[in-house]
Structures are given as structure tokens and as C-alpha cells.
Design a protein around this ligand. Structure first.
Ligand code: TIH
Ligand code: FE2
Length: 295
């Protein structure tokens, strides 16, 4: 939840102190009063959370648990065929519930002994520097609501399916967790807004939407592909380009539809050597040089 932030529904406090999530007219839940009420309550919970305290529990409805059950079963099948081995390794280690939405506190407690990562609830937009910076401390800001039941295949809005099935399974792998941390360290190191955006775009085209060659086949490791059973069935037909820092850091993308440009790493080692090393060492100057190379 970060670049995605630009799509997130704004959260406002009304005069009477209550919290309102402003869904846009085009949101599938816009006309659904019950869903809107849920979103307001869940945002309120996140705002009440104090770091260090357990993450407040959401009393998900049977209908919401159904969405998780259906989506997670579909995705588990797709993952066997289309996800990279390192992600599947994370799935086996984390072993998420399939029949109900797990509480973020529970996800956090499953994850911490594996790689040290913990979850924090986010009511809405988390500022770029904050979202990435805290990755360096092994914290992942996560939304807690679930997508509207009318759009289980794909949502442009990050939800608990995306944050947990997409990201937590990756964060359960030591190798992916190390990459997330390096992205966080890079975000803390760079100073200019331009450099921070470059770092976040490299994250977008890798940990969010990255694909990888594996045994002669194209597999996905990006959380955004791995949480959408619409998109995961389509990514092999997209415009697949070679891994290229300058291109990833400067290519524009539209969050509201399937990503049509994807960058392919040749292996886990390749991803670590190029992107991991970039995040480990980049600064404003090196990023300015990379940006000039493509403009
Ligand atoms: N499109 C993803 C899904 O349907 O699970 C969610 C998001 C990924 C990245 C941004 S929003
Ligand atoms: Fe994400």
C-alpha cells in the first residue's frame, strides 16, 4: 500500500468525529451502504491503533470471509502453475488460513519468527517515505478491508487479499524479505522527491509487478500479479522487457488496469544482483545519472 496510495480512497474525519472513507463514484462498493459502513469502521480501527499494541481485530462478515475463501482457492491453483518457486516456498512457510480472512495481528505473528517482518494497519494513504522507510525496520503497512464481493478477480485498490496473499507470502521468504528491507533503506537514504519516486517505481516493477524466468518458463513474483486471479492469467501475454533499472525507474504506469509492461529478471540471483545491489547503494546522484540515461 503506497504507490497504490495514489488510488486509495481518502479518509476524512467528519465534524462529529466519525471517520468517512470517500469511495469514488466508479468504486464497485459506491452504492453499497453496508460495504461503505464497513470501510468506515475498519478505517476507524486502524486510526485507533497505537504502535506496539496488538492490531485491532476486524469482525469480518460471513460474506467477506466468502470472498477470501473463493479468491484464495483460485489463487492457490494459479500459484502452483505461475508463481516463482521462492514465493511458493514462502507460502508453505506462512501457511495462511484458506477458509477465513486472517487478522493482521495473526499474519504479523506468523511472519515475525520467519523473517522478522511485522504488519501495521493502515487506514488509507501512507506517505511514500513512511511506507518505504519503515520497510527498512521490517514493518509492512497494510490495509485491512477486503475487496467488494462483486469484483473478486481484480481490484485497483489494494486490499487485505493483496497485502496478505500477495505480500505476506513473499515476506515469509528470507530472500524476498531482504529485498523489501533494501528498498526501505534506499528510500531512507535518498533525499530528493525525484529519487524517492525512482526507488518506488523500481519497487513497483519488481516486488509489485515483477516476472522471472524459471526453468524456461515465465513466472510471477510481484505481489500485484499474485493477488489478482484475473491478472495472473494474463501476464504472460504482456509486453515483457529485460530488467533495466533506468527503464523501471522512469516508466509511467496506470494502476487502474492490468499492467501491460513488465520487466523480467532471469533468476532470483539476477534480481538480487541488479535490483538488490541498486537499493543497497543508490543515492540521489546515481539515480540522477540513471534518469538522464533514458530521457
Ligand atoms: N490489482 C491487485 C489485485 O487485484 O489484487 C491489487 C493491487 C496491486 C497493486 C496495486 S493494487
Ligand atoms: Fe502492494
Amino acid at each position: 500500500m503506497f504507490e497504490e496510495a495514489q488510488y486509495l480512497a481518502p479518509v476524512t474525519r467528519k465534524a462529529d468525529g466519525s471517520i468517512e472513507v470517500e469511495l469514488s463514484r466508479s468504486h464497485p462498493g459506491f452504492a453499497d451502504q453496508v460495504y461503505r459502513e464497513r470501510r468506515n469502521r475498519i478505517a476507524e480501527l486502524a486510526l485507533r491503533h497505537t504502535p506496539g499494541e496488538p492490531i485491532p481485530e476486524v469482525d469480518y462478515t460471513p460474506e467477506e470471509h466468502d470472498v477470501w475463501r473463493i479468491v484464495s482457492a483460485e489463487l492457490a491453483v494459479a500459484h502452483q502453475e505461475l508463481a516463482v518457486a521462492e514465493y511458493l516456498h514462502g507460502c508453505r512457510r506462512l501457511d495462511l488460513p484458506k477458509d477465513r480472512i486472517p487478522q493482521l495481528q495473526e499474519v504479523s505473528e506468523l511472519l515475525e519468527p520467519l523473517t522478522g517482518f511485522r504488519y501495521l494497519p493502515a487506514a488509507g494513504l501512507v506517505e511514500l517515505r513512511e511506507f518505504y522507510g519503515t520497510l527498512a525496520d521490517s514493518y509492512f503497512h497494510s490495509t485491512q478491508y477486503i475487496r467488494h464481493h462483486s469484483v473478486p478477480l481484480y481490484t485497483p485498490e489494494p486490499d487485505v487479499v493483496h497485502e496478505v496473499i500477495g505480500h505476506a507470502n513473499a515476506l515469509a521468504s528470507d530472500r524476498f524479505a531482504a529485498l523489501y528491507r533494501l528498498a526501505g533503506e534506499a528510500a531512507r537514504r535518498v533525499e530528493s522527491r525525484e529519487a524517492l519516486e525512482f526507488v518506488s517505481k523500481v519497487f513497483w516493477f519488481t516486488l509489485e509487478f515483477g516476472v522471472m524466468a524459471e526453468n524456461g518458463e515465465l513466472k510471477a513474483y510481484g505481489a500485484g500479479i499474485l493477488s489478482s486471479y484475473g491478472e495472473i492469467r494474463e501476464f504472460r501475454g504482456m509486453d515483457i522487457r529485460a530488467l533495466d533499472l533506468a527503464a523501471m525507474g522512469t516508466t509511467a504506469y496506470d494502476i487502474t488496469h492490468y499492467q501491460d509492461v513488465l520487466f523480467r529478471a532471469e533468476s532470483m540471483d539476477h534480481l538480487e544482483d541488479v535490483v538488490g545491489a541498486f537499493w543497497a547503494t543508490c543515492d540521489d546522484e546515481s539515480i540522477a545519472r540513471l534518469s538522464v540515461a533514458v530521457s
